[in-house]
Design a protein around this ligand. Structure first.
Ligand code: C2E
Ligand code: MG
Ligand code: MG
Ligand code: MG
Length: 291
């Protein structure tokens, strides 16, 4: 009968929930261990200046090397870290590690590299980010202008006053502020102006469309808007030569994406930097100087 099947459904549902709760608890426990057991790693993806073709900065991207399972991407554990508060020790580890690595690369002969670190909106609310930044800079000896924080528009959605205060503090400290995934949120132009972001990262969804007419005009208008607000532009998720040509023609400042390099572990990034890997002269706007 309908009643029986209804009860069956209910039983299946609670059973599935039980499994979920159990799995969740196990995952939380494992994530807790991950911090203690040093299972977290940073990968680094280059950002390339389209004027010179050279690597101008790196974005630190978190990975969890889970024993017996493999490399876990951030989207599958950061939400849980935020729900449980584990984002606080994780975020602290990320920032300290990225600053120390940036300083090591500066000392190894790449003194202009800017290191970008992601801070999610929920993390931004939970953590005293300006205080943590000051501490990580002092500890590593990295100058503030070589640290970039990538934030999304959603940092401004809740508790706007606290967010504005923290952004002002970060400005005063002298770090670079970038608006990540631009175009996917709700920001108005006045927002962008008021919060004085230095960099706009154009979301990958716009970049993958630039070879269509609508996609091209959208991307062009974002670049023009950023230019008029004196912000520099980074194109995310650049995978093809066609996209790169579009960015050069339309004077986007910086590119990032698989076309140049995937995110790499620190040792492979050291090799890429040491080899002076760059875009070929005909893929950027200024040919490299010859001696
Ligand atoms: P995001 O900050 O927008 O980072 C860009 C994402 O796009 C990265 O994914 C990167 O690997 C990927 N990507 C780069 N180039 C290409 C490309 O050419 N094609 C495609 N299809 N993808 C590309 P990832 O590493 O999985 O990170 C996902 C998100 O997780 C990040 O998005 C960021 O929001 C978050 N995240 C990463 N690391 C951290 C961290 O340390 N802390 C916090 N709070 N969030 C982080
Ligand atoms: Mg980012
Ligand atoms: Mg992004
Ligand atoms: Mg993203």
């Amino acid at each position: 009968s309908a009643k029986d099947s209804g009860r069956n459904c209910y039983q299946i549902y609670t059973c599935a929930m039980g499994v979920q709760v159990e799995e969740q608890a196990e995952l939380i426990n494992a994530l807790h261990q991950a911090i203690v057991q040093h299972e977290l790693e940073l990968y680094y993806q280059p950002k390339v200046d389209l004027g010179s073709g050279r690597v101008s900065g790196l974005e630190a991207l978190l990975r969890w090397r889970r024993p017996g399972i493999g490399l876990i991407p951030p989207d599958s554990f950061i939400p849980l870290a935020e729900e449980t508060g584990l984002i606080i020790p994780i975020g602290e580890w990320v920032l300290r590690t990225a600053c120390a690595q940036a300083k090591a690369w500066h000392d190894a002969g790449h003194p202009d590299l800017i290191m970008a670190v992601n801070v999610s909106a929920r993390q931004f609310r939970q953590q005293n980010v300006p205080q943590l930044v000051l501490s990580a800079l002092a500890e590593s000896g990295l100058a503030a202008r070589y640290l970039e924080l990538e934030l999304t528009e959603s940092v401004l959605m809740r508790d706007r006053e606290t967010a504005v205060k923290a952004l002002r503090q970060l400005k005063e400290i002298g770090v670079v502020l970038a608006l990540d995934d631009f175009g996917t949120g709700y920001s108005s132009l006045s927002y962008l102006k008021e919060f004085s972001f230095d960099v706009v990262k154009i979301d990958r969804s716009f970049i993958c469309d630039v070879t269509t007419d609508d996609g091209a005009s959208l991307a062009r208008s974002i670049i023009a808007m950023a230019e008029s607000l004196h912000m520099t532009t980074v194109a995310e998720g650049v995978e093809t030569e066609g996209q790169l040509n579009f960015l050069n023609t339309n004077r986007c400042d910086t590119m990032q994406g698989y076309y140049f390099s995937r995110p790499l572990p620190a040792n492979e990034m050291s090799a890429l930097l040491g080899a002076g890997t760059r875009l070929p002269a005909d893929s950027c706007r200024r040919a490299p100087m010859r001696h």
